[in-house]
Design a protein around this ligand. Structure first.
Ligand SMILES: Cc1ncc(C[n+]2csc(CCOP(=O)(O)OP(=O)(O)O)c2C)c(N)n1
Ligand SMILES: [Mg+2]
Length: 817
C-alpha cells in the first residue's frame, strides 16, 4: 500500500537550527519564485527568447535536496531550479545567464548558453578532460527536452551504485562511489509519465533493483492537456500499485504526498533516501497538488485552459504560500512550557521576502550586464572598423549607414555584429586598403571564436579523443590457426573483461548463452552476472543503462541484438548520448560502446541496414562498420582507450566465416576515422563497408578476367570518415568513383559521396559521373531471391562497374544490353 508520512525528522536538531533551516529553505523558495517571475518578464520584454520555469514546484524540491547527498545523481527536467539552488549548484545570476544564453561556461555553468534555460547540469569533468571526484559533489546529469527522456539514463545512473557495491575489483575507483551508497534521483512531470519510455524505465529499475528515487511532480496538466487525457485513473501512483514491493518480492516503495506539505515532504524524502540507499530498492514518490502559477511556459497563458475554480485553487494551494502559513502558525512547546515560534510576526517574513526580491533583481542586472557588455565590446570593435573603412571607401555612405544602425541597437546580439560587418565587406569588394584587411581579419576571428562558442565539443577534444588512439597491429602466433569469426569476438571480450574491471556487458541474451551468436560464450560464468548480463527486451533502456553507467566512470558495452531493432534505442542515442558532450560544453561525457550486428540476413526486419538514418541522427557518436571480426575486436580495443561513445555494427554473416586467430587479444587496435585500401587497382575506386565489401571483393576477381582492375576502399568508419583523405588519393589515381552499400538510395552512400566529392574535393579528379549502388528503397524481401532482388548483388555490382567503363571506353567495353 502507498505509505503516507506523518512525522517530521526534526527531532535531532535544536530548535534554533531547525528554525534557521526552515527560514533558509523558505528564502531559497522565494528566490526561486522571484527568478521565475522576473524570468518571464525578461522573455516578454525580449531580452531572453524563451522561458520555462519551476514556479509552483518549489517546496518538494527543498525536501528532495535535503535527502540528496554527495555522490548522488539527479536526472530530471526543466522544473527543478529550486532543487539546483538548494543543493548549491545554481544561483540567481547563473539562472539569468542561462536565460540570456551567455556563452561562457564559467558564467553559465549549465551549458554555456547552448541549452535554453531550465536544463540543468553539473560538471563531472575538469578542464583537462579528466573525471572529477564525483563522490565529493552533488551531481546532476544534463537535462534534455524530450519528455521522459531523462528516464533511461536514470536507470544506468542508479545501476552504477549497484555495480560499485557488488563488484569487488571496482573498489579502487573511489572517486565515483563509496560502496554504492549513491542514489539516483529522477524527476518527471505527471503528463510525461504517459511516454512509453517512462513505463519501460520503471519496469527496468524494478527488475534491476537499483537505488533510484523517482519523483513525479503532479500539477494535473501537461501544457493544456488535463490528467484525464494523460493517465488512467488520473493517478500515476494508483496505476503503478502493482509495482509495490511485498514480502519476498522485488518492486518499489511507493509514497504519495501533497506538494505543499513541507513537513510531510521532508519526512517522505528522508525515508525514500534511506530505503534506496541502504537496500537498493527503488522508490516512487507521487507528489500531488502542485501548481503552475504562471502557466506552462512563456509561450502561452494558462487562463486559456484552466477554469476559474482551478485558478482559484492554484492560488490557495500555491506551495510557497502554504509553507508561509505553516511558518507563521508554527508553535512548539519546550520542556519548560515556553511556546517556541519561528518568527514573531508577519513582518519578519515580509522583510525576508523583500530581501529575496532585491537579491534576484540585483542578480538579474549583474547577469544582464555581464552578457551584454561582452557583446557591446564586440559592437564597439566592429563600429570602429566600419568607421575606418567608411572613410576610405567610395561606398562610405552605405557603410556609415550600416555602422549607425549597428550602433543604435540597444540590445545587440552577435548576429547583428557579424551581419553588419559582412554586409559592409561586400561594399569593399573592388577596393584595397589596410583597413579592409583589418575588417576581414575581424570577421574571420569572430567566426572562429563563435565556432568554439557554438560548435565545439561535439566529440571529445581531450587527449583521450578516440581519433587520437593509434593503430596497433594484429599479431599472429607462429602456428597459423583459422577459426570462426565469433571465436575472435569471444577471445577479445575475454581479454577486455580481464583487463578492464569497469567494463560491463549486457543485452538481450548476452548473459547466460553469451549472445545469440556466442561472441560472449562462457564469459558470464567466468566474470559473474554483474559484469555480463541478460536484460529484458527493452532497447531504449538498454541504451539508457549504458549512458548512466558511463556517466559514473564505468565502461559499459550495451548490446542491441540486431541492427534492425536499434531504432527503439535510436531516439535516446540521438537526443541524449549524441548531445551529451555538446550540450554540457564538454563538462559531461558518457563513453558508451553500443554493440550490434546487422546487414544481410533475410527479411524485412532481419536484414536492414538503415545506415543513412542512423548516421544522420547521431552526430556526436562514432559509427563503425567493421568488415570482419578481427576489425571489430580492434575497434572495441581502441574505444576502450578513448573517451568517446560509439556504435559498432558487426556483420551478421561474419560469425561463422573463417579468420586467422590473433595472438594479442585486447591489444590490437583498429584506428577510427581511417579507411583501408584492401585492393589496389587502376580503373575505378569502389568504396564500400560491412557485408557488401565481400561481394565487391568477389566481383573484383570476375572483373579482372575481362581486364577491369578495381581499387577497393573499406570505409570501416562512417563517423568520422577518412580523416586523412586517403580515398581522395585513390580517386586521384583511378579518376572514377563508385560507392556500394545496402542502405536505401540516397542513404549512407550519399553521405560518403558528399564526403569524398565535396569535403575531400574529389570532384576535380573525376573522369566519369560519380555513382552509388545501393539496395532498393523498400525493405528487403525474405529469402535468397528476396535478397537478390532487394540488395545489390554481385551481378548488379559487376554490371554497374562495367557500365561505367563502357561509358569511358565504348569500343573496349561493348554494351552488355
Ligand atoms: C517528446 C516530447 N513531446 C512533446 C514535448 C512538448 N512538451 C514540453 S513540456 C510538455 C508537457 C509536459 O507536462 P508534464 O510532464 O506534466 O510537466 P509539467 O510541465 O506540467 O511540469 C510537452 C507536451 C516535448 N518536450 N517532448
Ligand atoms: Mg504537469
Amino acid at each position: 500500500m502507498p505509505t503516507t508520512a506523518t512525522k517530521s525528522n526534526t527531532k535531532n536538531l535544536s530548535f534554533n537550527d531547525f528554525k534557521n533551516e526552515v527560514l533558509n529553505d523558505y528564502k531559497i523558495a522565494r528566490i526561486s519564485r522571484e527568478c521565475s517571475l522576473l524570468g518571464r518578464r525578461e522573455v516578454l520584454t525580449g531580452k531572453a527568447k524563451f522561458g520555462i520555469f519551476g514556479d509552483g514546484k518549489e517546496v518538494p524540491q527543498l525536501a528532495m535536496a535535503k535527502a540528496f547527498k554527495n555522490g548522488d545523481f539527479r536526472s530530471g527536467y526543466y522544473r527543478d531550479q529550486t532543487f539546483m539552488m538548494s543543493i548549491g549548484e545554481l544561483n540567481a545570476q547563473q539562472f539569468f545567464a542561462g536565460l540570456y544564453a551567455h556563452t561562457d561556461i564559467n558564467i553559465e555553468p549549465m551549458s554555456a548558453g547552448r541549452q535554453m534555460g531550465g536544463h540543468f547540469s553539473t560538471h563531472s569533468i575538469d578542464d583537462n578532460g579528466d573525471w572529477k571526484n564525483l563522490t565529493l559533489q552533488k551531481n546532476s546529469s544534463a537535462d534534455i527536452s524530450p519528455t521522459a527522456s531523462q528516464m533511461p539514463r536514470l536507470i544506468g545512473l542508479a545501476q552504477a551504485s549497484k555495480a560499485y557495491r557488488n563488484i569487488e575489483a571496482l573498489n579502487e575507483k573511489s572517486h565515483f562511489s563509496v560502496n554504492g551508497n549513491e542514489v539516483a534521483w529522477g524527476t518527471i512531470g505527471n503528463a510525461s509519465t504517459s511516454e512509453g519510455i517512462f513505463f519501460e524505465s520503471i519496469n527496468a529499475a524494478g527488475v534491476l533493483e537499483v537505488p533510484m528515487v523517482m519523483s513525479v511532480w503532479d500539477d494535473e496538466y501537461g501544457i493544456s492537456v488535463h490528467a484525464k487525457h494523460q493517465t488512467t485513473k488520473e493517478s500515476i501512483s494508483e496505476i503503478l500499485k502493482g509495482f509495490q514491493k511485498e514480502e519476498g518480492t522485488n518492486g518499489y516503495e511507493i509514497f504519495v504526498v501533497n506538494g505543499w506539505d513541507y513537513v510531510q515532504l521532508i519526512d517522505v524524502y528522508a525515508k525514500a533516501s534511506r530505503i534506496a540507499r541502504e537496500n537498493h530498492t527503488p522508490v516512487l514518490i507521487h507528489v500531488k497538488e502542485l501548481t503552475q502559477p504562471q502557466g506552462h511556459s512563456t509561450s502561452g497563458s494558462h487562463e486559456r485552459y484552466k477554469n476559474i475554480e482551478r485558478l482559484k485553487w492554484e492560488k490557495e494551494f500555491d506551495c510557497i504560500e502554504k509553507m508561509r502559513e505553516w511558518i507563521l502558525n508554527f508553535e512548539l512547546e519546550d520542556g519548560n512550557g515556553n511556546i517556541l515560534k519561528f518568527i514573531d510576526d508577519n513582518q519578519e517574513l515580509i522583510s525576508l521576502e523583500k530581501e529575496a526580491k532585491k537579491e534576484v533583481a540585483a542578480a538579474k542586472r549583474t547577469a544582464w550586464n555581464a552578457f551584454i557588455n561582452e557583446i557591446k565590446q564586440e559592437v564597439t570593435t566592429a563600429t570602429r572598423l566600419l568607421e575606418k573603412v567608411a572613410i576610405k571607401s567610395s561606398n562610405g555612405t552605405f557603410i556609415t549607414k550600416i555602422k549607425n544602425d549597428l550602433e543604435s541597437l540597444i540590445e545587440p546580439i552577435r548576429k547583428d555584429v557579424l551581419t553588419a560587418s559582412r554586409k559592409a565587406l561586400r561594399y569593399l569588394k573592388d577596393e584595397n586598403f589596410p583597413e579592409k584587411i583589418e575588417l576581414q581579419e575581424f570577421i574571420k576571428k569572430s567566426i572562429s571564436e563563435a565556432s568554439y562558442k557554438y560548435s565545439s565539443h561535439l566529440t571529445s577534444e581531450t587527449t583521450k579523443a578516440t581519433v587520437n588512439i593509434s593503430e596497433k597491429l594484429v599479431n599472429y602466433g607462429s602456428e597459423k590457426k583459422i577459426v570462426d569469426g565469433r571465436i575472435i569476438m569471444r577471445e577479445n571480450f575475454d581479454a577486455i573483461l580481464n583487463n578492464y574491471p569497469e567494463v560491463l556487458i549486457f543485452g538481450e541474451d548476452a548473459g547466460k548463452i553469451g549472445d545469440v551468436n556466442q561472441g560472449l560464450e562462457g564469459l558470464q560464468q567466468k566474470y559473474g552476472t554483474q559484469r555480463v548480463s541478460d536484460t529484458g527486451i527493452r532497447e531504449a533502456t538498454i541504451i539508457g543503462q549504458g549512458i548512466g553507467l558511463a556517466m559514473r566512470g564505468l565502461r559499459p558495452i550495451a548490446e542491441i541484438q540486431y541492427l534492425d531493432y536499434l531504432l527503439y534505442g535510436l531516439q535516446i542515442m540521438s537526443d541524449d548520448l549524441a548531445t551529451l558532450r555538446y550540450r554540457t560544453f564538454g563538462k559531461q561525457k558518457a563513453p558508451l560502446i553500443i554493440r550490434t550486428r546487422g546487414h544481410r540476413l533475410e527479411g524485412i526486419w532481419h536484414s536492414g541496414s538503415p545506415m543513412g538514418g542512423i548516421i544522420n541522427n547521431i552526430r556526436g557518436i562514432h559509427v563503425l562498420v567493421p568488415r570482419n571480426m578481427t576489425k571489430a575486436a580492434g575497434f572495441y580495443n581502441t574505444l576502450l582507450q578513448g573517451d568517446d561513445p560509439a556504435l559498432v555494427i558487426e556483420c551478421l554473416n561474419g560469425y561463422r566465416l573463417k579468420e586467422e586467430l590473433p595472438s594479442n587479444f585486447g591489444e590490437f587496435t583498429t584506428p577510427i576515422g581511417v579507411v583501408e585500401n584492401i585492393r589496389q587497382g587502376k580503373d575505378i575506386t569502389v568504396v564500400s563497408y560491412g557485408s557488401t565489401l565481400r561481394i565487391v571483393q568477389e566481383v573484383a576477381k570476375e572483373l579482372m578476367q575481362i581486364g577491369i582492375d578495381i581499387e577497393i576502399i573499406d570505409a570501416q568508419s562512417l563517423l568520422p570518415f577518412d580523416i586523412n583523405h586517403d580515398t581522395l588519393k585513390s580517386v586521384a589515381k583511378t579518376n572514377r568513383l563508385l560507392i556500394v552499400d545496402e542502405d536505401v538510395p540516397g542513404g549512407a552512400s550519399a553521405y560518403l559521396l558528399q564526403q569524398i566529392i565535396e569535403e575531400q574535393d574529389g570532384y576535380q579528379y573525376l573522369d566519369s559521373k560519380p555513382a552509388t549502388l545501393t539496395a532498393k528503397a523498400h525493405r528487403p524481401a525474405y529469402g535468397s531471391d528476396g535478397d537478390y532482388f532487394s540488395k545489390p548483388s554481385a551481378e548488379d555490382i559487376f554490371e554497374k562497374i562495367y557500365e561505367m567503363m563502357h561509358e569511358a571506353d565504348p569500343n573496349k567495353y561493348k554494351s552488355l544490353y
